[in-house]
Design a protein around this ligand. Structure first.
Ligand code: SAM
Length: 311
């Protein structure tokens, strides 16, 4: 059975321009039923439509903003912000040490949603004043809300509606959270190849660790913390769709990139594993990154050290 997330199906945009496309409810229900997910089909059947059976875009946007707000609370509880800084701070130290005086640098959050991470980095000044913070999302409503929240707090970051790989200015480092499992099949390697082909020096993408416990953990967390059935449904499905460590390392091995995984499966307590990053650096950055990580560098492994037990 293919695992489909409802939020991927109820909005559609032109990938190049971000222009919104109409979505017919019956077609979404059909797709979900064909995948064997009657529960998801029932959730969608309750969403409002117009006379032509097109899902009401405003109702969909309101729902997705509310689900992502709940998701932000989960990120706070799982301390995703701190965990991102734990890796990104040494990464920017490594970049500064190898390319002195070339700042300012630019961090681009691909698929930033409500921009929690970018807003948090801006509010805490965690990466220093020479790192420009940019969040990008194809979903106009989510990124619009991210922008509104950042302005309300007067934060030094910006949000852009569109494709993160079509920005007029190059990123120094691409990051994301909870995005990788949305890319299936060849699209995953293509995602990494786009970054390798850009002038970026590194990427760091956090996604759900594919452990046997992940779907159970996701069920507990999402049922305890999320109110709308769509959020609960998609939370558990995303844990089921999580890519294994080996799949991520293989896909991230794009030309000119050294792929690394921080805290691979088997190296950490499975009860505490939630999201972990796949990191790609230009090869000359690996040694300075390890130096900047200090003792934590032992948790950073390349494909050659991924054992049967950890793969
Ligand atoms: C599940 S959401 C993750 C949101 C956010 N990172 C979080 O943790 O709450 C995935 C988002 O990625 C966006 N997305 C996927 N590919 C993208 C691309 N190439 N450029 C910009 N946004 C993209 C989608 O529009 C969607 O909103």
């Amino acid at each position: 059975m293919a695992h489909l997330e409802i939020s991927d199906l109820i909005t559609a945009v032109e990938p190049r321009t971000g222009r919104r496309l109409p979505v017919r409810r019956a077609e979404v229900i059909q797709q979900l039923l064909a995948s064997g997910d009657g529960r998801a089909a029932r959730i969608v059947s309750r969403l409002p439509v117009d006379r032509d059976d097109v899902l009401d875009p405003q109702a969909v946007d309101t729902l997705l903003i509310s689900v992502h707000t709940e998701l932000q609370r989960l990120s706070e509880e799982l301390r995703i912000g701190e965990r991102l800084v734990h890796v990104l701070d040494p990464l920017f130290t490594a970049i500064r040490s190898t390319t002195p005086g070339t700042g300012p640098y630019r961090l681009v959050d691909v698929g930033c949603g409500l921009g929690y991470l970018v807003r948090r980095l801006a509010a805490t000044h965690a990466l220093g004043p020479d790192v420009e913070l940019v969040g990008v999302d194809l979903d106009a409503a989510l990124v619009g809300e991210a922008d509104r929240l950042a302005r309300a707090e007067g934060l030094g970051c910006r949000f852009v509606h569109g494709n993160a790989f079509d920005l007029p200015e190059a990123a120094t480092v691409y990051v994301s959270t909870g995005v990788l499992h949305h890319f299936r099949g060849p699209a995953l390697a293509e995602f990494f190849r786009a970054q390798a082909a850009s002038p970026a020096l590194a990427f760091c993408h956090f996604d759900i660790a594919a452990t046997g416990l992940a779907p159970i953990g996701a069920w507990v967390f999402h049922h305890a913390r999320m109110r709308h059935p769509l959020g609960r449904h998609d939370g558990v499905v995303s844990a089921r769709r999580a890519h294994s460590d080996a799949t991520l390392l293989r896909a991230a091995a794009a030309p000119g990139i050294r792929p690394l995984l921080y805290e691979p499966r088997g190296s950490v307590n499975p009860f505490c594993t939630t999201l972990r990053p796949v990191i790609g650096v230009r090869p000359h950055l690996e040694a300075p990154l390890r130096r900047a990580l200090g003792r934590s560098a032992r948790r950073l492994v390349g494909p050659e050290l991924l054992t049967e037990a950890t793969a």
